[in-house]
Write a protein that binds this ligand. Structure first.
Ligand code: COI
Length: 354
């Protein structure tokens, strides 16, 4: 594919040989190059690709004080033949600009975001690991760097893309606790933006859930803790017979996930009924107890699908059946993996081959 290119300052010595590709984790190692663009006086500078390196900021940079910081996550895959694939990057651009609007930050031009991703991935394509669950995780982000302590939208910003050869976020089924004390997002807040602050706010509740023996938690609505919202950093889905259910986005407290959107489309194409509707905590508990909820899972870029094996609610721990026998989530996980590595035909125009 043809795309605009940006000036490149290449590394002199690659770090590639230092990486233990057989034992990759998620988001721990970083490739040789990164992309940087600056926003000042109302416009973006030409992006530049340079060696991955630490940057210097003023201690007064507004991101450190008032938290204007947003990010995205997507993946590049490589198949055995060495072809490189990127999944629905245009959707990440749209969501980043939605987050930017809510956080009072400038819009990112398509060329910086999409062409920058393409050029960076092409340049560091030797860093894309091959194999099931393996990818080069791409992390575009924007921060406010105006050195000013007045509370106002920053007048300057930095947009960057870094990339990380990664394994999947979770290795198996997860145990989650229904959170009825803390909230991730309230109506009118920033829950539908991929804003760093949402993740900061989740750390203490997640730590407490882990101390109680769970991997993550299921967020419920901030008002009454009555309806399910998200699962950890993922959207939540469940299967009952021929129906896929997931909480709706209209409250603007839930992140509009690209994996969520893709799975909804696939379920419809495969003849499932899809209901984007509120799901109460009691409906979940009863459905697990009476066996009508056959599958329960989180969906997101980093994990793709994370089956849930145990749900903790008050003092109870409810077990789901063995996820190896789950029909829909097993099929959708395999399908997405095959699609992202060119093994099945891309009939929906979701894949870009570099
Ligand atoms: C995702 O899976 O989409 C995420 O946002 C997870 C990331 C925060 C590690």
């Amino acid at each position: 594919m043809k795309y605009s290119t940006f000036p490149v300052q290449k590394i002199t010595t690659s770090k590639l040989s230092d990486i233990d590709f057989a034992n990759l984790k998620f988001g721990r190692d970083f490739s040789d190059h990164m992309l940087v663009a600056d926003f000042k006086d109302g416009s973006w500078s030409t992006a530049q690709i340079m060696p991955y390196q630490p940057l210097a900021f003023s201690p007064a940079a507004s991101v450190f004080h008032y938290g204007q910081a947003i990010f995205e996550g997507l993946k590049a895959h490589k198949n055995d033949a060495g072809e490189v694939f990127i999944f629905r990057a245009d959707e990440n651009l749209k969501r980043m600009n939605h987050s930017a609007l809510r956080m009072c930050m400038p819009q990112i031009p398509e060329s910086i975001f999409l062409d920058g991703l393409r050029q960076l991935v092409e340049l560091d394509k030797d860093w894309i690991p091959v194999g099931s669950g393996m990818s080069l995780y791409l992390r575009p982000f924007m921060i406010a760097d105006d050195p000013f302590l007045g509370v106002k939208p920053s007048s300057s910003y930095k947009f960057m893309i870094i990339t990380s050869p990664s394994a999947s976020y979770y290795s198996g089924a997860v145990k989650v606790k229904i959170e009825t004390n803390y909230s991730r997002a309230a109506a009118g807040g920033i829950g539908s933006a991929k804003a760093a602050g949402n993740y900061a706010a989740s750390l203490l509740p997640a730590k407490e859930a882990q101390e109680a023996g769970f991997d993550q938690l299921i967020w419920t609505d901030a008002k009454n803790h009555e309806y399910l919202e998200e699962s950890g950093t993922m959207n939540l889905m469940l299967v009952k017979g021929n129906t896929l259910l997931t909480p709706p986005l209209d409250s603007k407290t839930i992140l509009p996930g690209i994996t969520r959107k893709s799975i909804i489309q696939l379920a419809k194409d495969w003849g499932y009924e899809v209901l984007e509707q509120r799901i109460s905590v009691s409906e979940l508990i009863e459905g697990i107890k009476d066996g009508s909820i056959e599958e329960l899972f989180g969906v997101g870029t980093a994990a793709t699908i994370a089956p849930i094996s145990t749900v903790g609610y008050n003092e109870e721990k409810l077990q789901l059946s063995d996820c190896k026998n789950w029909k829909f989530s097993t099929k959708v996980k395999q399908y997405l993996e095959d699609l992202k590595t060119g093994k099945v035909e891309d009939t929906r125009n979701w894949i870009e081959i570099l």
